[in-house]
Design a protein around this ligand. Structure first.
Ligand code: OFO
Length: 169
């Protein structure tokens, strides 16, 4: 059975994952409003990824005999000045999430909770990808100065992103 401390920390993380979903959905709305449907698609897929992250924690608490407590989700930022700003924020947000996953791991280590340590390894690896994908697009946007024909080409490329849920583990 999961400890109260570990359970509470994971419940907080479920809230952060749901907030991530909400934040990226707000970015979908922004990109739809400025006619960049490929960027909107990129964040629609990101929304699905975040829901997946939240539900994976949700299922884990249940499997370990704990109790999921859903908390209030803060309102995300609704307006953005440019695609570059969106990716700067997303990259920063993913760094924050990485830090929070590392803190969960610290608790699992302190509590000698080997099952949770093993479970969290998936998120540690996932965060490497999460940061990398935001950082890559941010760099591409900076190369093209965040505007012009290059943005339209990137938009076309991002239209092809699809959600591929990892195989059940
Ligand atoms: Fe974007 O990794 Fe979850 O929050």
């Amino acid at each position: 059975m999961i400890s109260k401390k570990m359970q509470e920390a994971i419940n907080e993380q479920i809230n952060r994952e749901l907030y991530s979903e909400y934040l990226y959905l707000s970015m979908v709305a922004y990109f739809e409003s400025i006619g960049l449907s490929g960027f909107a698609n990129f964040f629609r897929v990101q929304v699905q990824e975040e829901r997946f992250h939240a539900l994976k924690f949700f299922d884990y608490i249940n499997e370990r005999g704990g109790r999921v407590i859903l908390k209030k989700i803060d309102q995300p930022q609704i307006d953005f000045n440019s695609p570059v700003e969106v990716f700067e924020l997303s990259y920063k947000h993913e760094q924050f999430i990485t830090k929070s996953i590392n803190e969960l791991m610290d608790i699992a280590i302190k509590e000698n909770d080997h099952a949770t340590r093993s479970f969290l390894n998936w998120y540690v690896d996932e965060q490497v990808e999460e940061e990398d994908s935001m950082d890559n697009i941010l760099n591409q946007l900076r190369l093209i100065d965040g505007k012009g024909q290059g943005v339209l080409m990137l938009d076309r490329e991002l239209a092809g992103r699809t959600f591929n849920p990892p195989a059940a583990e």
